[in-house]
Ligand binder design. Structure first.
Ligand code: 2BA
Length: 107
């Protein structure tokens, strides 16, 4: 058993979880905040048998889209870095981690 942790844009979190449900995967959506932009994003947890990991990742990929996001001038980004002009960064489609699950139970 594996746990997929997929960080997606807030706007994509709903479509991702709906598509996972349609494809027969259980999922949980958490409201999270990115450390760099400090903007709300979404984290989707999917517990899945090892042989279905790639199928679930493909579903997530199909629904999670890359976006350009602007970091406003003057926003403190850590390390004493305060950009003096707006900075464009590409966010997503999805940041995906796949981790081993030692034990899975529904009680
Ligand atoms: P944020 O931390 O808000 O990062 C948003 C975007 O800002 C990143 O998009 C990347 O394009 C840029 N960025 C992040 N850190 C940067 C830095 N030190 N210098 C310059 N640009 C930087 P993505 O890479 O697609 O990441 C989207 C979100 O995924 C992140 O939002 C964060 O919530 C999560 N994430 C990304 N890498 C992670 C990691 N190694 N561990 C945990 N969460 C991660």
């Amino acid at each position: 058993m594996k746990l997929i942790i997929a960080i997606v844009s807030r706007d994509d979190a709903g479509p991702v979880t709906r598509a996972l449900t349609r494809a027969g995967f259980g999922s949980t959506r958490l409201a999270t905040t990115g450390g760099f932009l400090r903007a709300e994003n979404g984290t989707v947890l999917v517990g899945v048998d090892e042989e279905r990991v790639q199928d679930a990742v493909e579903v997530i990929k199909a629904e999670a889209h890359a976006r350009q996001q602007t970091v406003p001038a003057g926003l403190g980004l850590g390390y004493d870095y305060y950009p003096t002009a707006p900075v464009e960064v590409t966010v997503g489609g999805a940041t995906i981690f796949v981790v081993d699950i030692e034990r899975f139970e529904r009680v």
